[in-house]
Ligand binder design. Structure first.
Ligand SMILES: [Zn+2]
Ligand SMILES: [Zn+2]
Ligand SMILES: [Zn+2]
Length: 339
């Protein structure tokens, strides 16, 4: 019997279609050979990107030259534009605001032939440090109300450039997804129990262990109860903290390891699946949300969204999160690929 589960944070319902249960091997697609082609994100090609905003580089090296290990540049084809005034207008019953925002690309390494999960853990720490630095800098612009850090991987994940990178978009409004988390499950749980739903989820997942993937001193990674996607993973800081930029250096170390471990395990059991990573954190330059609890969602893109999902906003997930978590717990060794 399929089960319809409710996400306690967003109130989103998901159909867990267990009898169609899909295991890791059902999703495995042959990995494409990574061929090097001249690419603007590679070391030595700095002049092919828009001028750099911020980079960690060896002392004495110039901007827009080699010598960096993590580099942030404006997106060449930004979804939102940094220049201009934030204007609102209406046309009859319709409303619009100008598409003000910032859209940046964080190039994770000058090396082309390296995948995220192959970074030394210290490199992942540097990438997370860059997220923090950029987020702190972008919020100084008071037009921005939310700073979305995300990563697309693979064609199905929407990555148009294969050189490993993350992106950051600052938006002039708080997105609906974050507003829903704040105003729905989180607010209700707070009202009913006086506690944070994320803190309670951490307790629950540690106690049950069924959906646990890995844990470190400061973070817990698990497949959420109402996973929308097969092998969906959430990474939650164990310390209650509304805003990601409050992360300490020790916590960065701990997160780098957990994050890389999750991607390594997904890669091992699913053979380099396409995925999206999103970091949900408290809005900026607006009322504070001390009750919020920042977190990372990793969303493998193995199923197609279709009419039912668009019509109802219910997702159908053929892999129960308990089954996904078990495979991910056992998935720390590379799966031997059949020849
Ligand atoms: Zn490259
Ligand atoms: Zn909390
Ligand atoms: Zn979220």
């Amino acid at each position: 019997m399929p089960e319809i589960r409710c996400n306690p944070v967003t109130d989103q319902w998901v159909v867990i279609a267990a009898e169609r249960a899909k295991r890791p091997q059902d999703f495995r697609v042959p990995r494409e050979e990574r061929k090097y082609t001249a690419c603007p994100f590679c070391g030595g090609h700095e002049e092919e990107t828009p001028p750099e905003i911020w980079a960690y580089r060896t002392k004495g090296t110039d901007k827009n030259t080699p010598g960096w290990w993590v580099r942030t540049v404006p997106n060449k084809f930004p979804a939102l534009r940094i220049e201009g005034m934030l204007n609102e207008r209406s046309e009859g019953v319709y409303q619009a605001i100008s598409g003000i925002g910032a859209h940046e690309v964080i190039i994770e390494t000058p090396r082309h032939q390296i995948e995220f999960q192959e970074h030394p853990v210290e490199q992942v720490e540097e990438i997370i440090r860059m997220w923090r630095d950029r987020s702190l800098d972008l919020r100084r612009d008071h037009r921005f109300k939310y700073i979305q850090i995300f990563k697309n991987h693979g064609l199905e994940g929407g990555a148009s450039i294969e050189h490993t990178h993350c992106q950051i978009i600052a938006t002039p409004r708080v997105p609906k997804s974050v507003e829903e988390e704040i105003n729905q499950g989180m607010a209700r749980h707070q009202e009913e129990t006086g506690r944070c739903i994320f803190c309670d989820m951490v307790e629950e997942e540690r106690k049950s262990g069924q959906r646990l993937v890995v844990e470190s001193d400061h973070f817990l990674a698990f497949c959420p109860w109402a996973s929308r996607f097969p092998f969906e993973i959430w990474i939650i800081p164990r310390r209650h903290q509304d805003d990601f930029v409050g992360i300490s250096d020790n916590e960065i170390k701990s997160l780098a390891w957990v994050f890389r471990e999750c991607i390594q395990r997904l890669t091992n059991i699913l053979d380099d699946p396409p995925y999206n990573m999103v970091l949900h954190t408290a809005p900026v330059n607006s009322e504070s949300h001390p009750g919020y609890h920042w977190h990372i969602e990793i969303l493998p893109r193995l199923t197609k969204l279709a009419g039912f999902e668009f019509g109802t906003n219910y997702y159908i997930n053929p892999t129960p999160p308990e089954m996904a978590a078990k495979a991910l717990r056992e998935g720390h060794q590379p799966v031997v690929r059949p020849h």
